[in-house]
Ligand binder design. Structure first.
Ligand code: F6P
Length: 363
């Protein structure tokens, strides 16, 4: 096997706290441990197709571990295998993977580190099948990748949501209101579940447990009679009533995963106010959950993932994703990394914990 002299790195999909810490760790490990050069592609796979890259060195990645976002830029729209452009004023989709591979070869890259969620890892897997050495790094605030215990960025999002709940508590209590906090997470309820337990929610609604508005009203009425006049509800954007559907906010046709969820908080507020006369207010936390500095846990996890990704790629173990299993960083095949999304299991210890302390899941 030829010695690797240079590798590429890109960040794909939605941004997530900890991306810069991974970029920094990949770059420092490649240079310090192996004397290997690093280039970073701008705006994810779009940069790979357009050969838009920047050299990364010890100076350019210095002082970025604590910064949110990604110094490389990202997009959740550009798939080289179904690449979007506008031709003659019309949307046009074409397979530009050969162009991307030609760029990799022309730059003399020994492989790519792809930092992304399931969409980007799917693309990474397709490149690996075409012979490109690739190592994936599991990124997403949603924590919905089944082949790792934790994705980086998740705990920062939970922290943000939990802090929001602390703030909603004091105003809910003062006004004797029901406060609904809608959080992200796509089709998995991890952010809602963890933030809800941490932030003292009375009701947690997740996609895995369809809810009945009557069960929620019963919980808040009981609280009004027996303990507190206010209640806090955390609802995941993918939650849905037993007799209804998830609320889709918009459709993004150029995206690998075109459905954008959002709006269940307002729908729920109307459902509650239709049954009771209790004042209900909604806060949609939205992209605040993706922004800002990663908490120390995510800086450390992202750094461990970045080091392992560079080591595996340069030492020839490609076609894999780095993964946290228990306390150890290991690797799983890219095929396994995209095989299924990880939802909250109904027998989860976290759900049992919530129920034991009196949290309603709306069922
Ligand atoms: O996957 C991360 C995530 O923030 C989801 O929780 C959310 O559904 C989606 O991305 C939002 O995407 P966009 O940034 O395109 O609105």
């Amino acid at each position: 096997m030829a010695k690797v002299k240079r590798i590429g790195v890109l960040t794909g999909g939605g941004d997530c706290p900890g991306l810069n810490a991974v970029i920094r760790a990949v770059t420092k490990t490649a240079i310090n441990e192996y004397g290997v050069e690093v280039v970073g592609f701008r705006d994810g796979f779009k940069g790979l197709v357009n050969n838009d890259y920047m050299p990364l060195n010890l100076a350019s990645v210095s002082g970025i571990a604590h910064r949110g976002g990604t110094i490389l830029g990202t997009t959740n729209r550009d798939n080289p295998f179904n690449f979007h452009s506008i031709v003659g004023g019309q949307d046009y989709f074409s397979d530009e993977s050969a162009r991307a591979i030609a760029n990799i070869q022309q730059l003399g890259l020994g492989g790519l580190v792809v930092i992304g969620g399931d969409g980007s890892l799917n693309i990474a897997h397709r490149f690996a099948e075409l012979g490109v050495p690739v190592v994936g790094v599991p990124k997403t605030i949603d924590n919905d990748l089944s082949a790792t215990d934790v994705t980086f960025g998740f705990h920062t999002a939970v922290n943000t949501a939990s802090e929001a709940l602390d703030k909603l508590h004091t105003t809910a209590e003062s006004h004797h209101r029901v406060m609904i906090l809608e959080v992200m997470g796509r089709y998995a309820g991890w952010i809602a579940l963890c933030a809800g337990i941490s932030g003292g929610a009375d009701v947690i609604l997740i996609p895995e447990i369809p809810y009945k508005a009557e069960a929620i009203v019963e919980k808040i009425t009981q609280r009004r009679l027996l303990t507190k006049k206010f209640s806090i509800i955390v609802v995941a954007e993918g939650a849905a009533p037993q007799d209804g559907e998830m609320v889709v906010q918009k459709y993004v046709p150029t995206s690998h995963d075109p459905i954008r969820l959002g709006g269940i908080g307002n729908q729920l507020s109307q459902e509650i106010e239709a049954i009771t006369d209790i004042e209900t207010r909604v806060t949609v936390l939205g992209h605040l959950q993706r922004g800002g500095s990663p908490i120390p846990y995510d800086r450390i996890l992202a750094t461990r993932y970045g080091v392992a990704a560079a080591e595996n790629l340069i030492e020839g173990n490609s076609g894999v994703m780095v993964s946290l299993q228990g306390t150890k960083i290991t690797t799983v095949s890219l095929q396994e990394s995209i095989s299924e999304i990880r939802k909250v299991p109904l027998d989860s210890d976290m759900i049992r914990t919530g129920r034991a302390i009196g949290i309603s899941f709306g069922d």
